[in-house]
Design a protein around this ligand. Structure first.
Ligand SMILES: [Zn+2]
Length: 271
């Protein structure tokens, strides 16, 4: 009887160990439980003026997703270049920020920048040109992409398969921005864009990620200014929390996090 019980226990444990195999091989660097990617979309002045100094004060790295047609890119080019020199990522957010004009709430989409009337091949050409422009700014040959509005159905189909190979990771939008490490797909990573949340609400988001999954992506727009804003104080509170809990939360550029995931995929034999 005891022998039977033992063998049942053993097989249960073995089953358990098998189920745990994927997460065990995918721990984050330095034993952190959660990877945190902070993204700043749309080439906004408040990101240079408010978000960047805050990141520097706390020694945290982030990704800035540039819309390359933005006048702010040219007028503050030296500052964007410095963002990259400081170890942050300059990510691609397309040339013209094409979103689907037909979707609810998208009345603001300009006809010439409507994803509904742009072909997948045109989008791919533009996004890849965006990478060439970014290379001219920061000299980096690898980076990540955030899909404008999360819309990727062009006039004649999905454009993401045409650009995926050019990026180590792609954020597509959707849900709470939390992804379990075991099901993470580098070219379809969920992202959440908080607007108007308090510092404690932002901290609650990253803490929930610790309980529900292994990675959380937050995309900010304005910080202490501009639109879809997060207050400077709330942003500061989140950064202070992440900086004082580095053992638990690995905050880094999305490029670095995705490179780490890719390296683990090769180690595990997935491609
Ligand atoms: Zn955007």
């Amino acid at each position: 009887m005891r022998k039977l019980l033992l063998s049942v226990l053993c097989s249960l444990l073995a089953g358990g160990a098998q189920a745990q195999a994927t997460p065990a091989s995918t721990a984050w660097p330095h034993g952190a439980r959660v990877a945190v990617s902070l993204g700043y979309d749309d080439t906004l002045a408040s990101q240079l003026d408010v978000a960047l100094p805050a990141l520097q004060r706390h020694g945290l790295k982030a990704s800035f997703y540039l819309q390359l047609s933005s006048p702010l890119l040219q007028s503050r080019l030296a500052e964007w270049r410095r963002v990259a020199q400081l170890g942050h990522e300059l990510g691609n957010h397309s040339l013209f920020h094409q979103c689907a004009g037909s979707l609810p709430g998208h009345a603001w989409v300009e006809p010439a920048r409507d994803l509904d009337s742009t072909t997948a091949a045109q989008m791919a050409d533009q996004v890849l040109l965006g990478n060439a422009m970014l290379f001219a700014i920061d000299g980096e040959r690898e980076r990540t992409y955030t899909v404008p509005c999360g819309d990727h159905q062009a006039r004649d189909g999905d454009y993401l398969p045409r650009i995926a190979a050019a990026f180590v990771g792609i954020k597509q939008g959707g849900g709470s921005g939390v992804t379990a490490r075991a099901v993470l797909q580098r070219h379809a990573v969920a992202v959440y864009a908080p607007v108007g949340l308090s510092g404690s609400e932002l901290i609650a988001l990253v803490r929930a990620a610790g309980a529900q999954g292994d990675m959380v992506n937050l995309t900010f727009h304005g910080v202490g200014g501009d639109y879809l804003g997060t207050s400077a104080a709330a942003h500061e509170e989140l950064l202070a929390y992440l900086a004082s809990h580095r053992d638990e939360y690995w905050t880094d550029t999305f490029r670095n996090i995705m490179r780490y995931v890719r390296a683990q995929e090769s180690a595990d034999g997935h491609h």
